[in-house]
Design a protein around this ligand. Structure first.
Ligand code: NAD
Length: 318
């Protein structure tokens, strides 16, 4: 059944408050808790229109709320009903195909008449993001597009404490912050369009390398006879301390079978995106090729696990 959109509703006072309408596309591991926080923190009269190719994800989400959530039957419908649209999709190809479907649907102006704002929080390459931004600005969509990838993982998405790395013109920032504050606790304006992704890819390059270094160092220390707790304490009290050693230590994760967390294929994807960005910008990356080989082999041998499973792979390597 098509969704009816309500434009205005009278509140108890004599003023007229316009309902805000949001589209959320991609209710996966990250998108689901983000959409949940958005819905929970919005005024109850606002509506969140959700869409995912996985219809059981949207049905389950809608089942969590008695009102204020509508399941859209298509991307086009989610967009047509909303003045702000958030996308949280896996890879560049998904973002490109969703936005070409939006352009093909030639969406009507949003219910409020304001310029429609698209916030893409997917981690994708800068080139795809910029071409999507141009498509959104074209007459077919006539909206504004912002890249706002996140840091903080599923834990941060669930707690509403994500860091958003935002690339947008300064005049859009206030509006963007108003949306993202429902899902995160830090909003870093990195610069012009594409800058949020530049920050994200640079950060995740550090993560890719430091995770391997911690795995190697823990393996080395244990082979030298150190107790794992002692070694962890040494590194985390010394200059080797980093997120991979302190928060996501592989020895701790081993006890949980490396379940959940930041998946090995996502790490490989982000590393490849950083390599592509480096090639395009002429930045030299010395460690990238080696690291890519490691993650490729880890994905093949260990499958989808927390990326600290590199430690297990190293320990078992002949
Ligand atoms: P996911 O695969 O769990 O979820 C993606 C969702 O998008 C799925 O529900 C899928 O059905 C849906 N989808 C795919 N194609 C679609 C389409 N055409 N239309 C509508 N829905 C579609 O991925 P995730 O872990 O939620 O990650 C999403 C993005 O966030 C990725 O770019 C990832 O790199 C980034 N990210 C993930 C994490 C993490 O810890 N998982 C952390 C930071 C950033």
């Amino acid at each position: 059944m098509p969704i009816h959109h309500l434009l205005f509703r009278r509140t108890f006072s004599s003023t007229v408050r316009r309902e805000a309408t949001y589209g959320f596309i991609g209710l996966g591991k990250m998108g689901l808790p983000m959409a949940r926080n958005l819905r929970q923190k919005l005024p109850k009269d606002d509506t969140v229109y959700v869409y995912d190719v996985n219809t059981s994800a949207t049905a389950a989400f809608a089942g969590e709320f008695t009102s204020g959530v509508e399941v859209a039957e298509s991307v086009a419908e989610a967009v047509a009903c909303s003045e702000t649209v958030i996308t949280m999709l896996p890879e560049p190809s998904h973002v490109a195909s969703v936005f070409s479907a939006i352009a093909a649907s030639n969406p009507p102006p949003p219910p409020s008449g304001a310029q429609r704002l698209f916030v893409d929080s997917s981690t994708i390459d800068i080139r795809t993001s910029l071409s999507t931004s141009r498509l959104v600005a074209s007459p077919a969509i006539a909206g504004a597009f912002v890249d706002a990838p996140v840091s903080g993982g599923v834990v941060g998405a669930s707690a509403g404490t994500l860091a958003f790395l935002v690339g947008c013109p300064p005049e859009l920032l206030e509006r963007v912050e108003g949306v993202l504050a429902h899902m995160g606790s830090r909003i870093l304006h990195c610069g012009k369009p594409g800058a949020g992704l530049a920050g994200k890819l640079a950060n995740n390059y550090v993560l890719a390398i430091s995770n391997i270094a911690v795995a190697e160092a823990m393996n080395l220390g244990l082979k030298l006879g150190l107790d794992s707790k002692v070694l962890k304490q040494v590194i985390n009290s010394s200059s080797g301390r980093c997120w991979a050693s302190e928060v996501n230590n592989p020895v701790d994760n081993e006890a949980k079978g490396f379940a959940g967390g930041f998946g090995t294929p996502l790490m490989l994807k982000d590393l490849r995106l950083a390599v592509k960005a480096a090639q395009e910008s002429g930045a030299r990356l010395e460690m990238a090729e080696r690291a890519e080989g490691v993650y490729q082999q880890v994905v093949e041998k260990e499958g989808v696990k927390d990326f600290s499973v590199v430690y297990k792979w190293l320990k078992e390597a002949k």
